[in-house]
Design a protein around this ligand. Sequence first.
Ligand code: NAP
Length: 310
Amino acid sequence: MTEIPESIQFLHKAEIGLGAWAWGDKIVWNYGSGYSDADIEQGFRISLENGVTFIDTAEIYGNGRSERLLGQFLENTEIPVIVATKFFPLPWRWSKNSVGKALKTSLERLDLPRVDLYQIHWPSPLIPIETYAEGLAEVYKAGLTRAVGVSNYNKNQMQRAITVLSKYEIPLGSNQVEYHLLNRNAEKSGLLARCQELGIRLIAYSPLAMGLLTGKYTPENPPSGVRGGRYANILKEIQPLLKLMTELGQDLGGKSPAQIALNWLICKGALPIPGAKNTRQAEMNAGAAGWRLSPEQVSALDQASESFTK
Ligand SMILES: NC(=O)c1ccc[n+]([C@@H]2O[C@H](COP(=O)([O-])OP(=O)(O)OC[C@H]3O[C@@H](n4cnc5c(N)ncnc54)[C@H](OP(=O)(O)O)[C@@H]3O)[C@@H](O)[C@H]2O)c1
């Protein structure tokens, strides 16, 4: 593995983070129904108190509300927080300068002079990878972010971003992709291995498969809304995997299926960033760090998840 540059070592020190997509999002997460700003803030505080200080948001989450809430919460804590946010490749953002403009607006919402990690949310089907990578280089050089990253980039797209950044001797800090026991594409495509070779932190999003891997949803009690549509058909098939996760958790002295799912990702060398809507979820997710499944337990989970994985 390449030596990790000092400027991005902080990304490798974080074991688990907290995702802030649900903070203000009504379309997928039904924000305002079943959880409030107060619940989110308590979840945020409990996370910090339990050592989870890496927070992932994006300009599009809740149309800016997620960043605004994070900015407010940051005012009420003395604990240093690692703030990661993202640039969305809207079709009219065709120049490298759009990256800096968007980041400045995010910084206003967050009420911060700079963020710790600025990521391109998705590769654009219209704008070359190189254009936004040049934009990342500009914001890095301007001191608006401590590190730069990408998200949903495959190996080839990631390499194109690296090629641009390396002209300026800027390391690519991270690549954030969907990765969990029901989607192991990051492993199977060789992306995880490539990130590890290059010292790039692979950040695992939707690490609980949007709540499915907590075991609380069943074929009789599927999640509502968008998630129901996406996942309802596999709830029956994943019951043997969930049973194994429950048993492993019992063997480990009472870990929950959610903690097993998150620790499996930590064992793979990824940084999981589960979302949490309240104190209970945040506390449970924080408890997924600081210990390790055995190699035998990891391979049992690999085997049990093999048939669902892409
Ligand atoms: N880069 C990208 O394109 C991208 C895409 C998606 C997500 N992300 C990032 O990844 C983060 C996490 O992903 P995600 O929010 O999609 O899914 P997730 O972390 O897999 O699932 C989060 C949801 O699961 C439920 N949950 C969480 N912890 C729980 C626990 N301990 N016990 C019971 N239920 C629990 C909650 O919903 P319910 O209580 O309603 O079930 C929560 O909102 C996001 O917040 C975002 O920062 C990035």
